[in-house]
Ligand binder design. Structure first.
Ligand code: PRE
Length: 287
């Protein structure tokens, strides 16, 4: 136990706050240069892979009693505010009566200051991003035997792709049942060393799950088949691959060449969240 007075301790806290505040203002200055350095690239300044690297790195060096998930939330709020220095952008969130959690997840990820609108259908969120009215859409992740296969809409050239999974570092006091979400945007995902990717592909006829999974494996695309459905006389399948798969990945070409897939499109990838970040003391990644 310390024998320093409360006044003395509070003085030290004020000094620490000044140092943190100075660094935030200094960081804002650096981010303005980052924005300028990126000008030739896409307009949307969000870089989910860079954020994943940053949070994994901080998680790795974190120790002491301060909760890692609280630290991560502070960083998300900060990064969002720094992102807004570079360009303005809008978020569309799917949030019907049983999906309030997604609003909270989106706010935790993209910060409290970015313009964010809730939509009661997945279709509206998709349309917002497709039409450029929103830059990022937040939707429930594709699921096994999905009743709402919104992901089929991403299988066309020029469509947005899945770029992020949330929560990335611990859940929090979200409303409703803890849930997860994905973000879609017109961004090119980048590998982070621990990623999951999604591929939509078509076959002319129904094909068993096990056949398709082994065909994927033969093309070095290890993963699972999440859903298959009939659409316009073809079968459309959604595969989740436990690896980073780029949009022009040769393995996908090889997979289609081998059949029975007749066409395939990578519809995005995200960095795997940090496991156990909500536990006191930090994440498994940092232990
Ligand atoms: O590194 C970048 O590209 C940045 O724009 C900087 C920054 C940050 O504040 O650290 C902001 C937004 C990106 O999503 C990632 C990181």
């Amino acid at each position: 136990m310390t024998n320093r007075s409360l006044d003395d301790l509070r003085r030290e806290i004020d000094e620490i706050d000044d140092a943190i505040h100075d660094l935030i203002m200094k960081r804002a200055d650096v981010v303005q240069h980052v924005g300028a350095a990126k000008k030739s690239q896409t307009v949307l300044p969000i870089r989910p892979s860079r954020e994943a690297f940053m949070l994994r790195r901080l998680s790795g060096r974190h120790n002491g009693p301060f909760q890692l998930s609280a630290l991560a939330r502070m960083w998300h709020e900060m990064i969002a505010a720094f992102t807004m220095i570079q360009a303005s952008y809008k978020i569309a969130v799917f949030s019907d009566t049983s999906h309030h959690t997604l609003w909270d997840l989106a706010r935790d990820q993209f910060g409290s200051q970015v313009p964010m609108t809730a939509f009661e259908t997945r279709r509206e969120v998709l349309q917002q991003v497709m039409n450029g009215q929103a830059d990022v859409g937040v939707l429930p992740p594709p699921e096994e035997d999905d009743d709402h296969p919104w992901w089929t809409q991403l299988a066309v050239p020029g469509a947005p792709v899945i770029v992020q999974r949330m929560p990335f570092a611990g859940v929090g006091n979200v409303r409703g049942v803890p849930a997860e979400a994905v973000a879609i945007a017109r961004l090119e995902p980048e590998p982070t060393g621990d990623d999951v990717s999604f591929i939509v592909f078509a076959t002319a006829d129904p094909v068993s799950r096990s056949t398709l999974v082994s065909k994927m494996k033969e093309a070095s695309l290890p993963g699972v088949l999440l859903a298959s459905l009939e659409q316009n006389g073809e079968w459309i399948h959604l595969a989740q691959v436990e690896d980073f798969v780029a949009s022009e990945d040769q393995r996908v070409t090889k997979f289609v060449k081998a059949g029975p897939a007749i066409a395939a499109r990578v519809i995005g990838a995200y960095a795997m969240p940090i496991a156990g970040a909500s536990k006191p003391g930090g994440a498994e990644a940092g232990e």
